[in-house]
Design a protein around this ligand. Sequence first.
Ligand code: PLP
Length: 490
Amino acid sequence: MQTSPGFEASHRQRFPATVSGNGFRQPVQSLDTRAVAILGHMFLVGTQRINDAGHLEIGGCDAVTLARHFETPLYVFDEAGIRERCRTYRAAFESRYPHVTIAYAGKAFLTPAMARLIDEEGFDLDVASGGELHVARVADFPARRLVFHGNNKSARELNEALDTGVGRIVLDNDLEIVTLDAAAQARRHCQEVWIRVAPGVDPHTHRRIRTGQNDTKFGFNITSGAALEAVVNVLGRQGLLFTGLHAHVGSNLKDMEAHLAALDAVLDLSLAIREETGLSVEELNLGGGLGIRYLPSDEVPAVDEFAARLTSALLDGLASRHLPVPHLHLEPGRSIVGEAGTTLYTVGATKSVPIPEAPGHRTFVAIDGGMSDNPRPQLYDAVYSAMIANRPAAPATGTYRVAGKHCETDTLIDDVALANPQAGDILAVQSTGAYNHSMASTYNRLPRPAVVFVREGTARLVGRRETYQDLVRLDIGIDDEAGAPVNLPS
Ligand code: PLP
């Protein structure tokens, strides 16, 4: 389903544009040039501004108007911010390395509209399940530019990937090698594959998003010799064409040490492959993993620095091992969409409770969402920054605990400085573009939020809000024939 200009026009709405002159306005800059305006207790990123009404504005749209029009919770994506980030990645790598392809890791946030945007920016797309593959197909994403991932792809998913004509399938285990080979041969097809390797490096990130260490479920171990064996295994099969290696060490990495160590291990493996088989590795995918800023104080390498260090280490490593220059592939997710996403909530009840520590009380600020639209604080102890969107420049009156509305202690933000939050205020939580919408649930049967793309004063609905009707769409009613008891074959 290609988004036609007509479709776009009819779904776009104009919102009061920005303008400023209040001293806060920043020139439009690349996110990557760290275009962050820090205003005391909070920061502005990408196209975020404070407009003449004194409201937060994103992509030229007033956040309060967006909240009123589309209701809350609402995922707002700064389209220019995403595009800018894509262009920064491409420029940084393409100017330093002769053959580069960058894929967007769809697991971070994927809808048909996002897939179209990614295609327009000349990125490939990484999908990690039959469902993500389906979204790519709905968006008419060119199949040849799809990379199919997953540590336990089912036979059905592998067949779907073959039917779609996916460019590369990343093999993760022996079962997949056998299953895909048989399925490809049955179609008289030879499928290009990469071998996912575990380079044996331990990135410094939350334990649930570490993937490159030896003790991992992902890929074939380099250290144990399993990776080399897998390559030899693939080479003996008619249905599979080995073209490259893939390593992804972990997510939200704040330095590059793990990437550089993984690169070294992968180049050693490339050398071992050449010595063992005489073959050169044609394609090398170094995954994603670059971290983003969740708090004003977060420091992460700029994409440009990331590209400079990675490509120079790669070229040096190839030269010292006398290896030919492979096509370099990358697969960022979080660092493409993370900072471009803002979630808007409406503040409801506030409550002050006594605590033993200073100042002797804590004020809870409850919002109309929580762990169903953003499970990251629960999963990874993730931290966020926020502001009151209807008066972002007002001085903070204290620190507050932002609580979700679920039947758990679903703290969204432990401690955040805010300007006197009151019922009806709009709370904007920053850097929620990655792994929020894609990890959302309907816990407590909360309908999932709508998604809008904002750009130059217009807002485009790309995901409608779930309704109560949607919530029971798959449930079988008592009188429904589909729910009649069946006798299972013995
Ligand atoms: N590639 C693979 C195989 C992944 O598992 C992931 C995420 O975990 C990514 C790319 C994207 O990582 P990030 O969003 O940290 O850039």
